[in-house]
Design a binder for this molecule. Structure first.
Ligand code: NAD
Length: 484
């Protein structure tokens, strides 16, 4: 308790003001590398969500709604610059809150700034079209903002994923109510502070911290929001969609994955190893698009797994602030989930080729070794369900048809990697894999410009790129009869 009394207290950000939760309740967040308390945060609930939605509606109908698109654009460019000016502070905050290695946090902050820059460029180019109806008619379309948008954000890339939906929503003229994860709320609050300091009108961006079943559920079920972007687990996505259905609100769901890397015998195995390691250890495997299944052609399985194991042995594990390759998992609960996946895989007959436990040199923190499972069969739990940790399942295939069958036979379809030197095969498979993004001879390829989203239980709707603007605008058609 002494420890808890020393930490900073963070309030809700509503209508341009910092305020305590109306219940006066708070909760604590922890540093996953040390298991110590990091911050005390306001525990918002339905009453606070109500205030935030009212403020967002008011801003939409007031100062923000009256801004010209080019002025919104200038504000977003300025936001991008301010984020870069505070990059080190934001990155450190993210590392302390989520555990991720500092270099990864820095990259995510740069990408956060880039989302604002990219959509700043689009803010004054969101326009409709003229549709010819023949003599006597003029017809055109207008793309209007949706209105008050809700952003429910997970803990794995807290600031970056928030910016991914917030920047296009603001560019298109919407206002926002944000519910960050209760595990990692600090960078969303810092971003709100930065935006307020540079001239975004009060009420345009509101942050209600709190628990999912309280603040999150209140936001998802609110009658006066116009759109929900939810990023998180499939189970919560289902609950959010049900709440949205009650009031017929549109949703974008960005959910989990079980993404494959298809490794053919003609691939450059050193490249595959490098990309496979990146695909599973980035953010300690807590990536929706983690490459968590390695599908390898039987002919090269032995040399590939030998090289992969050797590469895993080089991975440096430690607290994120020390810039290791691999930081801790986000929480004790997540540690328990990952350990449970490892137990189930072992009990089903998969073989641990590397890792599988806590690194011996780290007594505190939610650290887990990078882990490779061999002898995995496509129907095993470890081959079907998202682990959200640094755990790879290696599965063999005989030919292209079998590789595609295994790749597609999971509930998810977020991304897929194809490794081959045969361009015809690569392009053939790119059309057959059920995934929102396909990478060829690389992994996590693409940027803020490239549309991202899922097939199947990975969700629907697309974020990033110009495609995301469709989430935050609706088209109105205006038809005019020109009378003589
Ligand atoms: P989660 O579903 O537990 O929580 C996500 C957010 O939803 C949090 O802010 C949480 O407080 C809130 N929430 C919880 N219950 C709610 C409810 N009943 N109503 C409304 N909101 C509620 O997910 P998580 O554990 O934070 O994140 C991990 C999951 O997110 C993984 O499955 C991962 O694959 C997925 N994810 C997907 C993407 C993507 O772009 N597709 C990106 C990152 C993470």
């Amino acid at each position: 308790m002494d420890e808890q009394q020393k930490v900073a207290t963070h309030k809700l950000f509503i209508n341009g003001d910092w305020q305590s939760a109306s219940s006066e309740q708070t909760f604590f967040t922890h540093n996953p590398a040390t298991e110590t308390v990091l911050a005390e945060v306001a525990r918002g609930d339905m009453a606070d969500v109500e205030q935030a939605v009212v403020a967002a509606r008011h801003a939409l109908e007031g100062a923000w709604g009256r801004l010209k698109p080019k002025d919104r654009s200038r504000l977003l460019y300025a936001a991008s610059r301010v984020i870069l000016e505070h990059a080190e502070e934001l990155a450190l905050l993210e590392t302390l809150d989520s555990g991720k290695p500092l270099p990864q946090a820095r990259k995510e902050v740069v990408s956060t700034a880039r989302y604002f820059e990219y959509y700043a460029g689009a803010a004054d180019k969101i326009h409709g079209e003229q549709i010819p109806l023949g003599p006597g008619f003029v017809n055109f379309t207008i793309r209007e903002p949706m209105g008050v948008t809700a952003h429910i954000v997970p803990w794995n890339k807290p600031l970056n994923i928030l910016a991914r939906s917030l920047a296009p929503a603001l560019a298109a003229g919407n206002t926002a109510v944000i519910k960050p994860s209760e595990l990692t709320p600090l960078t969303a609050l810092k971003l709100a502070e930065l935006l307020a300091g540079m001239g975004f009108p009060a009420g345009v961006v509101n942050v209600v911290t709190g628990y999912g079943e309280e603040a999150g559920a209140a936001l998802a079920g609110h009658t006066d929001i116009d759109h929900i972007t939810f990023t998180g687990s499939a189970a919560t996505g289902r609950a959010v969609m049900k709440a949205a259905a009650e009031h017929i609100k549109p949703v974008v769901l960005e959910l989990g994955g079980k993404s494959p890397l298809l490794v053919f015998a003609d691939a450059d195995l050193d490249v595959v190893v490098r990309e496979a390691v990146k695909g599973i250890i980035t953010n300690c495997g807590q990536m929706c698009s983690a490459g968590s299944r390695i599908l390898v052609e039987t002919a090269v399985k032995a040399p590939f797994l030998e090289k992969l194991t050797a590469a895993m042995q080089q991975i440096v594990i430690g607290p994120g602030v020390d810039s290791p390759d691999l930081g801790p998992l986000v929480s004790d609960i997540q540690y328990g989930r990952v350990a449970n996946h490892i137990d189930i895989a072992t009990s089903e007959g998969a073989h641990i080729l590397y890792g599988g436990g806590r690194p011996p040199h780290l007594a505190r923190g939610y650290f887990i070794e990078p882990t490779i499972f061999d002898n995995v069969l496509p129907d095993m739990y470890i081959a079907q369900q998202e682990v959200f940790g640094p755990v790879l399942a290696a599965i063999t295939f005989q030919d292209e048809a079998e590789a595609v069958r295994i790749a597609n036979k999971v509930p998810y379809g977020l991304v897929a990697g194809i490794f081959t030197n045969n361009i015809n095969r690569a392009l053939r498979l790119a059309t057959r894999l059920q995934a929102g993004q396909v990478f060829i001879n690389d992994f996590y390829t693409g940027d803020e410009e490239t549309p991202f989203g899922g097939y199947g239980q990975s969700g629907f709707g697309r974020e990033k790129g110009l495609a995301a603007l469709h989430n935050y605008t609706q088209i109105k058609n205006v038809a005019i009869r020109v009378r003589a």
